[in-house]
Each structure stands twice: as structure tokens, then as C-alpha cells.
Design a protein around this ligand. Structure first.
Ligand code: MLT
Length: 389
């Protein structure tokens, strides 16, 4: 058997590796607490589950769905964008349903990157952008996220040559993994950058509803003219605790959406229509605001526990306004990987080493606040017993 050379360039998927380590520790009898993957412990709100149960009984949902997503789901995404961001979307040309935003982010790259093309990828960043750029034969150009800029991408750092070569530029705000947040002024600069360099701007907005302290994160499409150069990817996973349902959307520039459709129609056959109907309910029901308010309150309390405990231990951590991650420097004398290994060994707690997100993640670790409060408290008790900064 001879596998394609392209997969030799790809490291094992971060969270698959972490899951392997977790299972090994559990097999050794360790009571492991995973603060690794961002998979909400909270259940999907009842009003969404009830809708799925109801729709799954309608045989009309049992067929292949339309490739681009159902009219009802795409209209619901457009309604959500109108109400939440004041952005008008044409559900026929500017919205596409996805089997989770990860799928769409990966496939968009295949629609835009030819061998040798450059792709600007946040460093540190969610691994999918860079991995698929490499698989498609592209060159990854790291786009530095700097702590002194509150982890905004340093657009000024991109050389004139890279600017010219770049076919795509990825952003992610609220940010995974650093929890940095962007305001509309930053998005304005990014749109201008994309326009000047003829680059497709892609904002991954999976965490746009996971925000604290009354902060409401913007959409890049709120920038005037953004649709000329940008697309945004959204997910139902994080706002509604639906990671296992696999439902997301791509919105924005119609040419980019149609290019994505060429890859997708030839690859998948869409998400189960009952899930799309329940997803439309999630995006448009009045019950959604209350569900989101409760979700924000829960993560905000957990964030405060995390930040206060780490600060007490001497860790210079920032108090994030968005995402359910806490990103902090490892203690002196450790690499990211050595610190994650130490914390698993000494405390039975899984954290994500920052180095897994790119060279600029070295020296950091990420905590996900997606475990029940009592387990989070227990994880911090154990951490406090085995680390100081
Ligand atoms: C993460 O932990 O970074 C996310 O859960 C990964 C994902 O959304 O695929």
C-alpha cells in the first residue's frame, strides 16, 4: 500500500493525540480531568432537541437534503445576521450550510489554493487552516498574533512579497486559542488589507456568541464593502452546545460561496434535514437569547475561577472577554509540551500545549472551561498543588 506523499506533511490531529493520551491515563486508573478540547459539557437546550425529535419523525427529512442547505436553514442564517449584526445576506447566493464549520473551512482552501500559493495563517492558530493549506500544496505564511496587541493579527508584519503572494488570509475572532477579541476597527483594517492585496479574507467566528462582561463580538461583514473580499464561518456547536450535531454555515462573498459549493457538491451530500430544521429554530427562536445569556453566565463564572486561581499561583494571565478558553504562559523552566506532560502526570489534568498551535504558541498553554464547575474546581485544586509560577 502506498499512501499519498501529501499526508506525510501533516502532523497527527492535535485533539486525536490528546484523546489518545487521555485514554492511556484512564487505562492506568487516573481520574483524568480534561481541560483540553473545547467541547461544551452543557446539554443542547431543550427547545432545539425537541424540534429535532419532532422533525426526525417527518419522513420528508429522510432524503438527501439540498446541497447548499435547506431554504429554511439558509433563511434562518440570514435572519440571524440581520438581527444580530445588521448585515443583509441573500440566502440564495451568500449563505451555505456546512456539516460543521471545520468541514467548510477545510474545503474552502481546496477551492482557492493551488500548489505553491501562499496562505496567511494565524500563529498561534486553529490547526485546520494550516494543515489543509499544506495538503492542497500551498505554503503557510504565519500571521503573528502578538500578546502586546491583545492577540490581534499583526498585519503590518506581513512583507510586501507575502502580501502579494497570499491567496487567502485566515482570522478567528473571538480567538481560538488565545481568547483575544477584535473590534470593528481591526476588521476594517483587515478588509482593507485583503482588498489591497487581492486576498480572500476568511473569518472563523465560531465563538462569536461566547463573550463576557457585556461585550458583543462583531462580524467582519459589518465592515462596509466586506462582502467584496470576505467570508465568515459560523457554527452552532459553541453557542448551543451542539458539537456532535455537526452544523455550521459559510456567509459572505458569493463567488467564494459558489467556489466552496463546487468542492462540496462533489464531496458530501449535506447535513440531515431534521438537524437543519432544528438549527434554524436555534438561530431564530426567542428562546435562543435566554439560552445564550445562561451559557455566557456559566462560562463567565468559570473564567473568573480560572483567572483568579492562576493569578494567585503567580501566573500572569489575562482576563479574556471571549471564547471559553484561557491562554496563559507556562512557568519558567518548562516548554509547553513539558508543562502539559507534567500537569497530566502530577495532577491528572489535560491542558493543551500552546506549541501545538504554531511556533508562537510555544511558552503558553490553553485551558478549556468546558467541564462542570465542580470538576473545574477540582482541576484547579490539583494544579495548585503541583505548580507555581
Ligand atoms: C478546540 O478545542 O479547539 C475546538 O473544540 C476544536 C474544534 O472546534 O474543532
Amino acid at each position: 500500500m502506498r499512501r499519498a506523499r501529501r499526508i506525510e506533511k501533516v502532523p497527527p490531529y492535535l485533539f486525536a493525540e490528546m484523546d489518545r493520551k487521555r485514554r492511556e491515563a484512564v487505562a492506568r486508573g487516573v481520574d483524568v480531568i480534561s481541560l483540553g478540547i473545547g467541547d461544551p459539557d452543557l446539554p443542547t437546550p431543550d427547545f432545539i432537541v425537541d424540534r429535532l425529535v419532532h422533525e426526525a419523525r417527518d419522513p420528508a427529512t429522510h432524503h438527501y437534503p439540498p446541497y447548499e442547505g435547506t431554504v429554511v436553514f439558509r433563511q434562518a442564517v440570514a435572519t440571524y445576521y440581520g438581527r444580530r449584526f445588521g448585515v443583509d445576506l441573500d440566502p440564495d447566493r451568500e449563505v451555505m450550510a456546512l456539516i460543521g464549520s471545520k468541514e467548510g473551512l477545510a474545503h474552502l482552501i481546496w477551492a482557492f489554493v493551488d500548489p505553491g500559493d501562499a496562505v496567511l495563517v494565524p500563529d498561534p492558530g486553529y490547526p485546520v487552516y494550516g494543515t489543509h493549506a499544506l495538503l492542497a500544496g500551498g505554503t503557510v505564511v504565519p500571521l503573528p498574533l502578538r500578546p502586546e496587541l491583545d492577540f490581534l493579527a499583526d498585519l503590518e508584519a506581513v512583507t510586501a512579497e507575502d502580501r502579494h503572494r497570499a491567496k487567502m488570509m485566515f482570522l478567528c475572532y473571538p480567538n481560538n486559542p488565545t481568547a483575544g477579541t477584535a473590534d470593528i476597527g481591526f476588521f476594517r483594517r483587515a478588509v482593507e488589507f485583503a482588498r489591497d492585496s487581492d486576498t480572500l479574507l476568511v473569518n472563523d467566528s465560531a465563538y462569536v456568541e461566547v463573550t463576557f462582561d457585556n461585550y458583543e463580538a462583531p462580524s467582519v461583514l459589518q465592515v462596509r464593502g466586506a462582502k467584496d473580499v470576505a467570508v465568515e464561518f459560523g457554527s452552532l456547536s459553541k453557542p448551543f452546545n451542539m458539537t456532535g450535531w455537526r452544523l455550521g454555515y459559510a456567509v459572505g462573498n458569493p463567488e467564494a460561496i459558489s467556489a466552496l459549493g463546487i468542492i462540496k457538491t462533489n464531496t458530501d451530500s449535506g447535513q440531515f434535514e431534521a438537524i437543519q430544521r432544528a438549527g434554524a429554530e436555534a438561530l431564530t427562536s426567542p428562546a435562543a437569547r435566554e439560552a445564550i445569556r445562561r451559557m455566557r453566565g456559566i462560562y463567565q463564572r468559570r473564567r473568573d475561577v480560572a483567572v483568579e486561581t492562576l493569578t494567585r499561583l503567580g501566573c500572569p494571565v489575562r482576563r479574556p472577554r471571549g471564547s471559553f478558553y484561557v491562554w496563559a504562559p507556562v512557568p519558567a523552566g518548562y516548554t509547553s509540551a513539558a508543562f502539559a506532560a507534567h500537569v497530566l502526570e502530577a495532577a491528572g489534568v489535560i491542558i493543551t500545549p500552546g506549541s501545538a498551535y504554531g511556533a508562537r504558541g510555544e511558552g503558553y498553554f490553553r485551558i478549556s472551561l468546558t467541564v462542570p464547575d465542580a470538576r473545574l474546581d477540582e482541576a484547579f485544586r490539583r494544579l495548585a498543588a503541583c505548580v507555581t509560577w
